[in-house]
Design a protein around this ligand. Sequence first.
Ligand code: CDV
Length: 313
Amino acid sequence: MSRVITVGGAQMGPIARADSRKAVVDRMLALLDTAHARGCDLVVFPELALTTFFPRWWMESQNEVDSFFESEMPGPDTQPLFDRAREYGIGFYLGYAEKTVEDGETHRYNTSILVDKDSNIVGRYRKVHLPGHAEHEPERPWQHLEKGYFEVGNLGFPVWRTMGGVMGMCLCNDRRWPETFRVMGMQGVEMVMLGYNTPAANAVGPEPFHVRMMHNHITMQAGAYQNGTWVVGVAKAGPEEGCDLMGGSVIVAPSGEIVAQAHTLGDELIVAECDLDECTFNKTTIFNFEAHRRPEHYKIITEQVGAVPPPEE
Ligand code: CDV
């Protein structure tokens, strides 16, 4: 049986702070229409796809922060997305800010869900590597308050057997950490989906755009190659409320090669036919974990957080 999944990376251009959920969902529906016309089985939307990237503002009012969160999924604004996707028989990945009550306590996560072709939510991931800072840092050109507005995800990096393959998810900054991909690789992942919001410039120091874009791509290419998996990385792009987001969405083959790449900073669908059987070559040769891994030498990775150089002479 064929294990080819036609995947659409639904890059999104800027979302203004004042944009309604309906306006954003209408754009996503248009991307779904294009995906349907191009024969997609699965569409990947960005991180925090339903709103502007709100952690760039310091907000003192929790009510104001909460206006960017969803407390139900699907809710009235997002139901059309689920309905249209089911009509087309398309699964999707969606990043959004999740507000949830667990054991009587309210929690807020930077979340993605995986929705199958029947519009059932089959997977949920909560971002583990939250970048930025928790307090207001007025000297920055823009804030990055993910550590203030979200809790660290509590679900680890699970994978799900669905849509004919082994599917995994992560979000933005997670892609920079090889542990993200390896933990999913250890569960046989065949496609990792991730959305991101990455500024074109570094807020805290000089870093050329081309270097930042290289980091964006090499991390995903390395994750793909070193674990023998497809990686679908999808950006929010373009000038958003005074912050330029880099774009550069890609679909990466298990070889590490980029097979599709966005060329705009707007709403754009990139498409690739992803044969999950292509994962087998790396997984059974150079990265045959069973044959070659040496976990007895890796303990420091899970037992220690920061780097500890040897004492100076
Ligand atoms: N949304 C993010 O996680 N953004 C981060 C920061 C560091 C820009 C990123 O890794 O792209």
